[in-house]
Write a protein that binds this ligand. Sequence first.
Ligand code: UTP
Length: 296
Amino acid sequence: MRSNLTTAIFPVAGLGTRFLPATKAVPKEMLPVVDKPLLQWAVEEAAEAGCTRFVFVTSRDKAAIGKHFSPAPQYEDTLKARGKTNELALLKAGLPDGAEIIEVYQDEPLGLGHAIWCAKEAVGAAPFAVILPDDMVLHTTGCLAQMVDAHARLGGNLVAVENVPADQTHRYGVVDPASEAEGLVAIQGLVEKPEPAQAPSTLAVIGRYIFDAEIMQTLSRTIAAGESGAGGEIQITDAMSQLITQLPLHGLRFQGTRFDCGNQDGFLQANVAYALAQARKNGDTSLQSKLRHLLD
Ligand code: UTP
């Protein structure tokens, strides 16, 4: 089965309260890890996986996001005049040639399921990816590219999963695994943010998904019925659970190290780890040893 995946959705309409006051004027997704905003890293991961349509579910207070991915004639003219070709290329903000950018608005942050549903018209009938930019995965092959390979074989719905400490299950959607082979977990149920005692496992869903377009119908029914899930939000976990009887749901144990950049610890660690990866790539041994020192 071919995956046929060209569209990636980036839900970026949240309030980013854990990063106040940094996020009062600057969207959380625009905070830089080393030299690029979180959201650009996510866009580059989607482009590497073959996506050409980039759908931002954003809020009207976050104009900086649209601006970052738009042409910038004021810089282009100056950089061209100065012959700064490298800097000119950077203005593309990681977008591949011919990329289609779509912005849709979520007027209120009613939850991740609701944010994804806001992109319904932009998605159509084909499978699509969702990347949460505040979850970063460092690996030579991007997490989404790994998932695209698996999805091409499996179809249905696919999420990225990893084990989390037992006392952290209340922060994640947690999987009830039926079976597992070669890093792929067949999932028979999901619980959103369970307390450790109620968690079906310690295998948590992280911010990478590939969905069949049918998930939008499930979300539409939930929203029309006025139902909400954990924390009073419209949760994508609930929609995935409801679809399990119709479509297979798998979890991929991805290769790489995940950083939860939605909190300060993870964000700081990501900065050091990505800087180290970049220094290795550039053969900058002096910076590598300084950064390793920091990690000790
Ligand atoms: P988070 O829950 O990590 O982001 O959502 P947040 O709510 O902005 O952060 P805090 O908890 O207040 O600090 C993960 C991703 O989903 C988006 C967020 O923008 C983030 O990229 N999101 C979340 C939405 O787009 N809409 C929502 O209703 C909720």
